[in-house]
Design a protein around this ligand. Sequence first.
Ligand code: APR
Length: 320
Amino acid sequence: MARNKIALIGAGNIGGTLALLAGLKEMGDVVLFDIMDGIPQGKALDLAEASPVEGFDAAMSGSKNYSAIKGADVIIVTAGVARKPGMSRDDLIGINTSVMKSVGEGIKKNAPKAFVICITNPLDVMVGILQKASGLPANKVVGMAGVLDSARFRYFLAEEFKVSVEDVTAFVLGGHGDTMVPLIRYSTVAGIPVPDLLKMGWSTKKRIADIVQRTRDGGAEIVGLLKTGSAFYAPASSAIVMAESYLKDKRRLLPAAAFCTGQYGVRNMYVGVPCIIGANGVEKIVEISLNAAEKKMLQKSIDAVQSLSKVAADIEKNAG
Ligand code: APR
């Protein structure tokens, strides 16, 4: 049986890390694509030279021609610019909107059957533009944010409770921005909800509130430390689990930016919701019950994504 083909559009910090992880996990042959000639080819050769040491069989190649992504099973998009200190994800909207349109066209021509995972920020808006430009069905185009935001939340909770990260599950809904909604009630240690752990004296409301805020600011914390760009290891790991769920038809329930058609009161827009990812892409959006406070937070987040979508629509209109 032929190997799967994974195309990575954008061969920067996240793209290179994705290629390494895809190789180590033998997910398939990897093609790196970038407009910067030399970068995708150089990273591919470097990774190929790591393969005998690590013992993985995966062809690694790099290109600046879209024809190289032909027939890809999975495409992960990180093309565009990353933020610098002081910038919000929303500041990237102008340049990344036009990047998503050209990437979408490249996918449409060369890999219309692929499952596409978008990472480029501002995520919820960019994934919508990418889906439209690619002409792919909405269940085959998804945005990676929730797995990353939840991973940050899980890590901070594990540190607080002094337990293994493996036993902490957590949920973050809404847009990938300052209004994201970490759900304490649906976060657990081995199935014990965080509110119960508070009753057991494992932490305090104040400390958990601080963790929620640190999760919301998780991306900015890394940007502030790196100064030259944004996070790349955890974003890459997060997209890889989504790709694996699709390729292996695992039907994992993961938070992701999915196209809503009425779920959570959201119509015809991408936003972070729990969904099942399997061989048919996003197979189901799961609607969990939210209390009044959670609903209010989610609505605020949806409103923020909506107003940013309007900014992007104006940019597209002005660009003709
Ligand atoms: N087509 C293909 N690649 C492009 C294009 C384009 N039109 N425009 C830019 N690129 C490439 C750049 O040449 C660069 O190699 O995208 C790559 C981006 O890499 P980095 O700058 O290292 O950024 P990275 O950290 O990988 O983040 C990429 O993901 O998390 C988001 O906010 C982040 O939007 C950013 C994206």
